[in-house]
Write a protein that binds this ligand. Sequence first.
Ligand code: SF4
Length: 232
Amino acid sequence: MTAPSTTTPSTEEVQTLYDRLFTAYGPQRWWPGDGPFDVIVGAILTQNTNWTNVEKALETLRRTGVWSFAAIHGTQRDELAELIRSSGYFNQKARKLHGFAALLENEFHGELDQLLGLPMDELRARLLGIWGIGEETADDIVLYASGKPSFVIDTYTRRIVDRLGWRVDGDAYGDYQSLFVERLRPDTALFNEYHALLDHHAAEVCRPTPKCDGCCLLEICLTGRNTHHESS
Ligand code: SF4
């Protein structure tokens, strides 16, 4: 059997992927009504866990009055870790929250608007300078809290791109990000919706064992087409 070959997607193909997902699932309304505090804390807590566990931790923070970065800054690390225990990796996440709160307090006088108002590349660099904050979390914050167009890449996005048969020039986060950024207009609403749709699709359909039958991407997906040919 001939090995399936990957191709570099065109601008139209990257747009078509979005259009198909949006037609199938509609608007995802990610973090629509929450303020930047919820979004930033949620973005840090959601790494390596599901959103239900994050919600429990957010509720505990809210209930105990640790509901601002000033309050986080003034809470002992072990106490903070206990409050967010339900989100997993709670010692590391407490350290990250403390790192964010310290940056805000020490360099921006506690003014979140000042930090989030930095130019996109500068903001992203400042976030990446915080202990434990990686590119995905930084882009989540840039996109969903500051409203600037930084495209978020996660394992779900990588999985879909790889299965579609799209060629990526490397395996780094930035290689996958470039594939989208170089082909789309820098539009915050578009990047917001696109990321949410990819995550929804990977969670519900393009799962570790993909449900290709009836998938809205079947006609444009190398893996799906190959699977279909083999079984028909
Ligand atoms: S056709 Fe299959 S492999 Fe391709 S995107 Fe859909 S579920 Fe994933």
